[in-house]
Design a protein around this ligand. Sequence first.
Ligand code: N01
Length: 874
Amino acid sequence: MNQTATVSEQFDAVIVGAGFSGLYMLHRLRQLGLSVKVFDAAGDVGGTWYWNRYPGARCDIPTTDYAYSFDPELEKEWTWSEKYATQPEILDYLRFVADRHRLRSDIEFSTTVTSARWDEQAKRWRIATDRGKEVWCRYYIMASGCLSIPKSADIEGAGRFTGQVYFTSQWPHEGADFTGQRVAIIGTGSSGIQCIPLIARQASQLTVFQRTPNFSIPARNGPAPADRLMQLSEDRAAYRHAARWSRGGIPVEPTDVLGVTASEAVRRERFEAAWEQGELFAILGVFADQGVNPASNDIVAEMIRERIRSAVEDAATAEALCPKDHYFGTKRPCLDTGYFETYNLPHVRLVDLRTQPITSISEQGIDTADESFGFDAIVYATGFDAMTGALAAVDVAGRGGLSLAEKWAPGPSTYLGLMTAGFPNLFMITGPGSPSVLSNMTVSIEQHVDWVAGCVKDMREAGFETIEPTALAESAWGEHVRDCAAITLHPTASSWYMGANVPGKPRVFLPYIGGVNAYRQACDDVVSQGYLGFRRTGRGRDQCRDGVIRSMQPDVAMVLEVMAGLGLPPMETLSAADARALMAATTATRPPAPEVGEVTDGVMPGPEEDLPYRLYRPAAPAGPHPIVVYFHGGGWVLGDLDSDDPLCRDLCARTGAVVVSVNYRHAPEARFPAAAQDAFKAVQWVDANAVSLGGIPGQLAVAGWSAGGNIAAVACQMARDAGGPRIAGQLLICPVVDSEMTRPSYAENGDGYILTTALMRWFWDHYADPADRGDPRAAPLRGSPDDLPPACIVTAECDPLRDEGVAYARALEAAGATVRHIRARGHTHTSVTMVGVIISGAPVRAQIAQALADFFPAPIAAPVTGALSHSSIG
Ligand code: N01
């Protein structure tokens, strides 16, 4: 209870913050007829643009796009003077908006919200401020910004300095005059990079203390871009619509040029164009794969480093300014005006804190390990407690007194970045788990505000008083946010996106990187599915639509979308020959597969004819090696040595085992049990010839994917029944183990995920007569599970075959076999095996490789190299 509370008022909604978010939220809620109070610690509207008044402060999204779009008249009445407007101009714009919509009357300035408590009885929030005021509200909306709580000066001795101290994030309104002064600037993020050239114009000496060099490109500021202005004047609504459904909140034509495969000329040409354009989304989109592929990223990074080296005259300073410890784009890149050239001025010096760390700040200046510097002023451009800082700055207690700070101690957890379970009716504008800082903020802000306003409207119309996400929806969204980040290079950087700039802050990737468009679609889908993932209560009603809005791995979803767009005929409508030709055509377009030590083709005797095989030998360790006999997928009809070549290489490279991929006879030319007989014969032959193949006798495992998993499982049963050979383990990736097609996974995943129910039926029809389909050599789940080798069984969440794989794992386990069951979350029947295409398959294949390696007695190397994973940077 706030003892100092003196006044208690009731509002429908309280909003914290009067920046871009808060102002528009106020406007929208007023339109709905709600009573609203906005609190802001600042003396006027503006949010981030009220506080960050340092010299050179500008937006770095073109102002044609960095503006509200909800009010077409406003757009006509306001004209930006520059491509990237200055802070004073943006602040003027926000004042103009506040005046135009008469917003100030509902805003209490110079007032900080200190606590918010949910009252379960009243179904309202009780809000306290630092002015001793207490207000009650139904909806509590944090529009407090992503970058509004400055990091404190976390450097030893910071309080001792007797000269002037400035923070870029809290710049004095009267400005600062550095004429004739010795000035230090600590920090080279966007704020530092913007103010350094301007402060250098005044100061007699400027020393920049740099901990991490940053990528920056010239902003090329000037008039607003003519092409954008023309598009806006021709069809404003269409332009804004395109922005809303773009990846970053600005209409940009995405490229499909891959850095790794583009020619040097194309690489240069694309880079030059982006460099000349001077826009963040251009330089971040030179290549389609630069955000996910280290090699492609390095092409762009190196070209930027070339520019830095040519801009800075002193070679040692240039080298110190070249970022090398993070991939380009994984820390927020900057736009600058003459930043690097500033270091050519005789009175400007760079101190590289990597080689000369600050030991402490003294009364007179800054001491490093090597030198003592005297200064008249120190400017901290050291950044913010991003994304969660302002939310956690208020003492928020939700249902049952649950503290937001405590709930989020391991890292923030939200549903859509909009709400968090346990805190009914608390909305966040651009909260963690939403695109926010990775996008054009104004577009993301409008989308959030519109969603919240729509949600409040829907609740009032339906008579609901509270809304809150379910635990399932929230945790699944968190997984989706992590899945999206995990396929990119972003988590490898020590960035503020990761919380890495604040000591002790949990390292989680805070924003949603799946794109503004994908995110907007998810929010819309939640609503169209009756507020999926939310519980809404009121007037004796309790409506809970528990569920998960996105569960598929993002790259799998992308590939499915691309494939759907190709309009290929369904396989099951083709002849076997045409289906094989289609598959071969697809195979030819795959990216390069991982290198292995040696690949040789040969033939081995089969039961009726010779069987071609391909042997993959690892580069290391030196042989002999354990051997894995591998059978490709393709429904016993399709596939060959080429179809599963990338997977075989991947298994070989990751496990350090020899992989012998066998091309068995196919249906319909050779129907059941030909494939199974070939598989068993191949296992016998490899076992008998282990030494000449470079294998270790007795260390033999079998593996297979899909129908290959079927015959691998069958070969194990046949070997058991025949008394040999001894098989050390069976790796079954999404195997066909039964002919029964009625398990729930067929109903859930029978359509839309490449392997369909119809295709599976087509496969069975080609392979086996109905009367044979219960034979354990066709449906190993029907055979005895006793005395089988240890198994690793991989099932994919979105695979019709999932449940039979689960059943086989259980059957083997029940019979006493050692079973490792790997459940590939968010994957389809085919995606785990798509080496080099589906990045999210790599961690699953790493687990598979480990399971395979574990079949063998002596530990074998399971090298995960840069080519196989991008989880590390050299
Ligand atoms: O903050 P930052 P910012 N000792 O965190 C260094 C937006 N923005 O205010 O990288 C020494 O990026 C720190 O070093 P390191 C934009 O999204 C937009 O500049 O942590 N150094 C880093 O160099 C931006 O990304 C605009 O190793 C210390 C710097 O200080 C975000 O706001 C303009 C240190 C902080 O960089 C934040 O930008 C401005 C220490 N103890 C900002 N602590 C535009 O629209 C930190 N550093 C153009």
